[in-house]
Design a protein around this ligand. Sequence first.
Ligand code: HEC
Length: 137
Amino acid sequence: MVRRVLFFLGVLGLFPIFSSPLRAQQPKPNNPLTDTQKEGRRIFQQRCAVCHTPPTVIAKRYGPALYKEIVEDNEDTIRDTILEGREALMPGFKYGLTRPEIDSIIEYLKTVKRPSSRPNNNQPADNPEQSSGGETN
Ligand code: HEC
């Protein structure tokens, strides 16, 4: 009986359900962020991550994934979206964030890698850093 309980606990321990969804969009530690990018990451995690991080077992993602390729060469549109929001879908932040704060978020997003697999709402896209270089860009 005790053994069974231990086994059960062991099985539970293998499930990464409780691993933080916020970690998924952080770049590798050997790829240090500038202070601006760190600031942007902090703000992003506070204000945006609730809708813009990959879905987990327990929570769907509400907004689209945001990463480098979306932001690069598109900064004005991105800044506009952040300022104005998207009607009925995303709040605007023009009164909630300063211009430098928004710029730091954009700088941070430029360091975020595209999730390796197209996240599917049933699957935790927990490990975007794991691809072994076979990514198509
Ligand atoms: C309430 C949920 C929510 C929050 C909070 C939120 N967003 Fe969004 N965001 C969305 C949704 C939903 C969309 C897609 C809107 C659409 O399809 O038109 C979106 C779209 C975007 C886009 C456009 C992506 C594209 O490909 O055009 C950007 C950029 C963006 N959000 C950035 C941010 C940033 C930065 C923050 C934090 C300051 C933030 N969002 C906070 C829900 C949210």
